[in-house]
Design a protein around this ligand. Structure first.
Ligand SMILES: O=C(O)CCC(=O)C(=O)O
Length: 258
């Protein structure tokens, strides 16, 4: 399966693309069952809601050992999912999506396990809003040819924190002052306000996939429903894109997929 020229153009222009109904619902349910068991038993490595947000920019960019983060709060992410279960690995190595990833990267496809390689949760909580940011800010690579693959495992909408994007922001140049201390894109900066008004979002169903560029500005509401939202996200890069030596990005295995 490949993207039509129009779909490819849409990804390149907007920085994201939704592939509706991409993975069978039965497979999503099987992934969800395993994810729920790992969440229930807090199987490491995990990242919790409390603690991570308080950490410095340097910590968030460089840390590889999460054991110091407080363990009593809710799990935000199951990390390193590639090595957790065959169902997770199979999705990350899914052959139907491979030609599409090759198209959007315009290169051979390599799985990065350093960053998004996660089951991402959004638990019902007044504190689970995610501010505008570019994922690239904590990643250390030779260039920006990295794309994340978000798989909805259930319904995602504005009430439970579906991703919102600022189209075309992956190609824009910003000033340092447009970002705050932790490199969040400031909502109250006059330079940012009109751009933020161009934000878009789409409800997702189990099996829908969203591809988004590592420099695309995105955010998510808190989950104001009473049910957890659980999604799967991993990141691929082009073969020519190299992790910087000594960085956290270089400390984890890469898997060549093409
Ligand atoms: O689920 C969310 O709150 C958004 C997650 C996100 O944007 C990220 O981890 O980069």
């Amino acid at each position: 399966m490949t993207l039509t020229p129009l779909q490819l153009q849409e990804f390149q222009q907007n920085g994201f693309l939704i592939l509706r109904n991409f993975l069978e619902v039965e497979k999503c349910e099987a992934i969800l069952d395993v994810a729920k068991a790992h969440l229930k038993h807090r199987i490491e490595p995990i990242e919790t809601e409390l603690g991570y947000d308080e950490k410095s920019l340097e910590y968030r960019r460089d840390v590889v050992d999460y054991s110091s983060i407080k363990k009593e709060s809710q799990v935000r992410r199951l990390r390193q999912v590639y090595d957790r279960d065959i169902l997770f690995k199979e999705w990350m190595e899914n052959e139907k999506i491979r030609p599409i990833l090759k198209q959007v990267l315009d290169d051979e496809v390599v799985l990065t396990t350093a960053h998004h390689n996660s089951i991402m949760t959004k638990m019902p909580s007044p504190h689970s809003e995610t501010s505008w940011h570019q994922d690239r800010r904590y990643w250390s690579y030779s260039d920006d040819n990295l794309v994340s693959v978000w798989l909805a495992l259930g319904q995602e909408n504005l009430d439970n924190g579906v991703l919102e994007f600022i189209p075309k922001s992956h190609t824009m140049q910003f000033l340092a002052e447009q970002f705050g201390e932790k490199e969040y894109f400031l909502e109250d900066n006059p330079l940012n306000m009109s751009l933020i008004e161009t934000k878009v979002s789409s409800n997702l169903e189990a099996g829908d996939v969203v591809l988004f560029h590592c420099k695309l500005l995105h955010r998510a509401n808190r989950n104001s429903t009473s049910n957890p939202k659980i999604s799967f996200v991993y990141t691929v890069k082009g073969e020519q894109t190299k992790a910087e030596k000594g960085s956290r990005s270089a400390q984890y295995r890469e898997i060549f997929l093409s």
